[in-house]
Design a protein around this ligand. Structure first.
Ligand code: G6P
Length: 606
């Protein structure tokens, strides 16, 4: 989704802004632009398509004079991805330029009002009303103009603003869309995402909703909605530059797949002591859990599928009913949620608009909220009553891998932890040992499947792929099919294997390969029957199963393997060969793997 950068310092701004925008490319965008101020005038450069074009247009920024500026990557919502609609947008008098993330819900009425007052609109965006409002309200005091302007807006917005009357200053405003200040020496920055800042500084200030900031080369002032200055804490970001770079891999996605043993270990290991799981950050007791009648998990995309996988372990170990709902559905369902509900919210970015909205709805109904989030200081992390961070490090590829596996790992740990608190598990040691084994098992799942590349060559031309599985295998099939769709654009669908005969089997023939997940010995025979059913209708079958599963060996055409692990916790291992398969199929298809078309890493609009 849209990205924002801002810079003020003594160096030329445009190259720094373009470099920052490149760091945000992974979020997904369809046009980009920068506005730089010099000698009391603002020059704007924009283009449709990739930032590389903007770099060509501006000599990598060196043709643009000035040391103060703002930049933007746009993911079109209001109006097509065109140069006119790309940000920054200028005021009619040319004194103000702004960039905006989010949606202004009342923009139509504001547009009518401003048009009637004589303001000329150059774009179809909701954003443009903001810059005209600023022009209207500016009387020589930018802070006052920002307060008056934001009082008129409803919706979500992170704004970056420059004004020719305020040389050397950049302004940042936050309401329901993330914005972070980077604290430098003799220069300061802001960005919608910490990855655009870490190559310059790891000292950051997180703006909260309703706050705005005025940055110059050597000062940072943060203010509340009334304009009162607030003392803000400077936080040190733990991610380093290397963590957000490719490190010799062709794609971030491959790097992030390979990083999973380390990411899952970083998530699990610090939380295990003396054969027990501890979540110091949770501060929960038996009394807190005793009154919980059900757990509701909500999330979007892969985070939702992480919930589907984790649900089995939670129900099995804690004996608490678990419901799982898509965040975009839950909030409109008049949900049966009260103070006896524990809402588990899962989000890599911590900024997904639908997830935030569902969470707010459930909080208002009295649910206690526990967030599983990767990005420290993100909106969901702050909104939740309890937050558990997945220590996956920065995830840059749009299609999540280590984000997903670390989320599932946290759900597994929670199931052991809650079960212990509730006094259900007599002996949790075998579970804890199984958790500790997971990083090694993931590494084995990477190492033991060299055949995944040739298999990708074999299957990449299929018109569709069906993923089937039962129980936990089905939950993994959902995520496996999503990975395939997202990055290879190959039509992939996941079905509960037992449902095949209720309709979907009509689609099976020799042209539709089936990927059968068969990793749970207890239900293996049932899935085996489904494999035989699809084979007898001509389908080729690629089976994912545990080592030495001789029954499957003799039926399937091709095989991928996982090591022997406790099936309660197998999803984090099972998904890995499927991630690799999707990756190599996408590579065979020549796709833009890290930045798939139409997708965004962090979906900050509903
Ligand atoms: C987008 C991403 C997905 C992600 C989903 C939820 O659709 O492309 O990879 O699973 O958002 O994101 P979250 O940050 O809330 O986990």
């Amino acid at each position: 989704m849209c990205g924002i950068v801002g810079f003020t310092g003594v160096q030329q701004a445009a190259p720094i802004l373009l470099e920052g925008l490149k760091k945000l490319e992974y979020r997904g965008y369809d046009s980009a632009g920068i506005a730089v101020m010099s000698d009391r005038s603002i020059s704007v450069n924009k283009c449709k398509g990739r930032i590389a074009r903007l770099c060509e247009k501006t000599g990598d920024g060196t043709d643009v004079k000035g040391t103060t500026g703002i930049g933007h990557t746009r993911w079109a919502t209001h109006g097509a991805p065109t140069e006119e609609n790309a940000h920054p947008h200028l005021s009619n008098d040319g004194r103000f330029a702004i960039v905006h993330n989010g949606i202004i819900e009342n923009y139509l009425s504001l547009r009518e009002e401003l048009t009637a007052d004589g303001y000329r609109f150059e774009s179809e965006t909701d954003t443009e009303v903001i810059v005209h409002l600023i022009e209207m309200y500016y009387r020589g005091d930018m802070r006052d103009a920002l307060i008056r302007t934001t009082n008129r807006l409803s919706g979500s917005y992170a704004l970056g603003v420059i004004c020719t009357e305020e040389p050397g200053k950049i302004y940042a405003v936050r309401e329901a869309s993330p914005l972070i200040i980077g604290v430098g020496a003799g220069e300061n920055y802001f960005a919608s995402d910490v990855t655009a800042l870490v190559s310059h500084t790891r000292n950051v200030i997180y703006l909260e909703d309703g706050e705005f900031a005025e940055l110059s080369t050597d000062s940072i002032g943060v203010f509340d909605v009334l304009g009162h200055e607030i003392n803000k804490k400077i936080t040190r970001v733990m991610w380093d530059v290397q963590a957000a770079e490719k490190g010799g891999y062709e794609h971030f996605m491959l790097k992030e797949i390979i990083e999973q043993p380390a990411a899952v270990k970083a998530t699990i290991a610090p939380r295990i002591r003396d054969g027990k799981v501890f979540f110091e950050e949770l501060d929960m007791s038996y009394d807190d859990l005793r009154d919980i009648r059900k757990i509701v998990i909500t999330a979007c995309g892969s985070a939702y599928y992480a919930g589907c996988s984790g649900r089995y372990a939670l129900e099995r170990l804690c004996r608490i009913p678990v419901e799982i709902e898509l965040a975009s559905e839950l909030r409109y369902n008049n949900p049966l949620i009260d103070e006896h509900t524990l809402l588990i919210v899962i989000s890599q970015s911590g900024e997904t608009a639908d997830t935030i909205a569902a969470m707010r709805e459930c909080k208002a109904r009295g649910a206690s909220t526990l967030a599983i989030v990767n990005v420290v200081g993100s909106t969901i992390a702050k909104l939740a009553d309890h937050t558990i961070y997945t220590w996956a490090g920065p995830e840059i590829a749009v299609a999540t891998t280590k984000g997903y596996t670390t989320q599932v790992a946290v759900l597994y740990m929670l199931s052991v932890y809650f079960s212990d608190l509730l006094g259900i598990t007599e002996d949790e040691k075998p579970y804890v040992r199984a958790l500790q084994e997971l990083p090694r098992a993931i590494q084995q799942a990477i190492d033991m499947n060299p055949s995944v590349r040739p298999l990708a060559k074999k299957y990449h031309r299929s018109s569709a792929l069906f993923f089937i599985g039962r129980n936990t295998d089905y939950a993994v099939a959902l995520e496996g099919a999503l990975k395939m769709k997202e990055i290879s654009y190959l039509h992939a669908e996941a079905y509960a294997a037992g449902e095949l005969k209720h309709g979907t089997i009509a689609l099976i023939d020799e042209h539709q390969p089936v990927i059968a997940l068969c990793c749970n010995p207890a239900i293996m025979e049932k899935t085996l029957s489904n494999i035989v059913e699809v084979k007898s209708r001509g389908a080729e079958v690629l089976a994912l199963t545990f080592r030495n599963n001789h029954k499957i060996l003799s039926v399937a055409d091709d095989l991928l393997f996982i090591p022997d692990i406790d099936p309660v916790f197998s999803a984090v291992v099972e998904i890995v060969p499927l991630q690799l398969l999707a990756y190599y199929v996408a590579k065979e298809n020549g796709c833009d793997i890290d930045k798939p078309k139409n997708l965004a890493k962090s979906v900050t609009v509903e």
